[in-house]
Design a protein around this ligand. Structure first.
Ligand code: NAD
Length: 243
């Protein structure tokens, strides 16, 4: 496919699988990480064994300056950006009344402001090229809400609103913007769930199972290749919510 693709938060979990899948398809992938340098190096080495090159780049994408430096690195090296995947995110579970301003700032900045910054930084190049593709990894919680995860849900609903608004604004520039809203996916983000929690959750999911990182990566691959989908919030959740 030979596209230049940035994946944020790609050292582990869903982002890592997206980076691997797209690199194996022949794309040039820039895998961003924030703190997990060792995991990022391992990702690079794993792909090197398959004779696949990948760039890893450290940046806290919730920091405007670092987001800018990441995009400048890619443009200096490859001269264009075809796809941006805003995947970096954190979750926090608390009663609404217990959330502090610090919690709010951390979650909103990491999940939403990062997508705002990264998208603003890549857009001049995409608009110039009259071609671009932005994929936001939001969440089922942004669609239906989540008890004790209100701030996370707000951040993801904000992402989906950005997706729909930008699809309208950028369609004339041939830039597509979509969200993938995963349901429960087996990653470290859910490592605190007990066996019993998982059993109860699976009972709520019509397909009766937790999703895999590969389920999300396959959908991303499809969106990277597709040319007519924009402004959509794609629910990948085993039927957990059907609206
Ligand atoms: P994860 O915790 O394994 O991965 C998140 C990644 O984001 C980590 O590599 C982390 O280092 C990175 N990150 C966090 N803050 C960053 C920052 N400021 N700059 C750069 N990178 C940063 O979790 P995951 O399950 O792989 O989550 C990936 C995305 O999918 C997240 O946005 C998450 O909200 C979303 N999601 C996950 C699930 C799920 O069930 N796992 C469900 C719905 C949505």
């Amino acid at each position: 496919m030979n596209k230049i693709i940035i994946v944020t938060g790609a050292s582990r979990g869903i982002g890592r699988e997206i980076a691997k899948t797209l690199a194996r398809e022949g794309n040039i992938v820039i895998a961003n990480y924030n703190k997990s340098e060792q995991l990022a190096i391992e990702l690079k080495e794993e792909l090197q064994k398959e004779n696949i090159k990948i760039d890893i780049f450290k940046a806290d994408v919730s920091n405007r300056k670092e987001a800018k430096i990441l995009v400048e690195f890619v443009l200096n090296k490859y001269k264009r950006i075809d796809v941006l995947i805003n995947n970096a995110g954190i979750a926090q579970s608390k009663l609404f009344t217990d959330f502090t301003d610090e919690d709010w700032n951390k979650i909103i900045n990491t999940n939403l402001y990062s997508a705002f910054c990264m998208t603003q930084e890549v857009l001049p190049n995409m608009i110039h090229n009259k071609s671009g593709n932005i994929i936001n990894i939001s969440s089922v919680h942004g669609i239906v809400g989540a008890s004790c995860e209100t701030v996370y849900a707000i951040s993801k609903a904000g992402m989906d609103a950005m997706t729909k608004s930008l699809a309208k604004e950028l369609g004339p520039s041939n830039i597509r913007v979509n969200s993938i809203a995963p349901g429960l996916i087996d990653t470290d983000m859910n490592k605190n769930l007990t066996e019993n929690d998982l059993k109860i959750l699976k009972e709520e999911i019509p397909l009766g199972k937790v999703g895999k990182v590969t389920d999300i990566a396959k959908c991303v691959k499809w969106l990277v290749e597709d040319e007519f989908t924009t402004g959509q919030i794609i629910s990948l959740n085993g039927g957990w919510t059907i609206i």
